[in-house]
Design a protein. Structure first.
Length: 123
């Protein structure tokens, strides 16, 4: 399920190919938050992983298949009423013939919300 332009929207993109960052706005009215959890919306970890993949696809302009989660740490709850806008920073990007290995930090201000290391193949 594609999340971009529904669950979140890109407000700004900055950086070069080796390191880049997106500023995204979370849609606190999205139906996912009504179920996860009523009265206390929390961004599901799988949605954080999916939006990282989608943002990488946006950067490389190629469809990707996320084939390995090397490391993931959810450091703080991502409540869209508290963190309406978050930064998604990509680094340590290693391209190969078949895809990419990359690291991502999701943060707001000085608060790190999640850190991920992922690999994706080009579809």
């Amino acid at each position: 399920m594609k999340l971009m332009d529904d669950f979140y929207r890109v407000e700004q993109a900055t950086g070069a190919d080796a390191e880049f960052e997106y500023r995204i706005a979370l849609n606190k009215e999205h139906f996912i938050y009504r179920a996860h959890f009523p009265g206390n919306p929390i961004t599901p970890g799988v949605c954080i992983i999916q939006l990282c993949k989608e943002l990488m696809e946006l950067r490389v302009k190629k469809p990707l298949f996320l084939n390995k989660i090397l490391n993931v740490k959810f450091l703080s709850v991502v409540n869209p009423t508290v963190y309406e806008v978050v930064q998604v920073a990509f680094s340590k990007i290693i391209p190969s013939e078949s895809g990419y290995k990359f690291s991502v930090v999701v943060y707001s201000g000085a608060t790190h919300l999640a850190k991920l290391s992922l690999t994706a193949t080009i579809q």
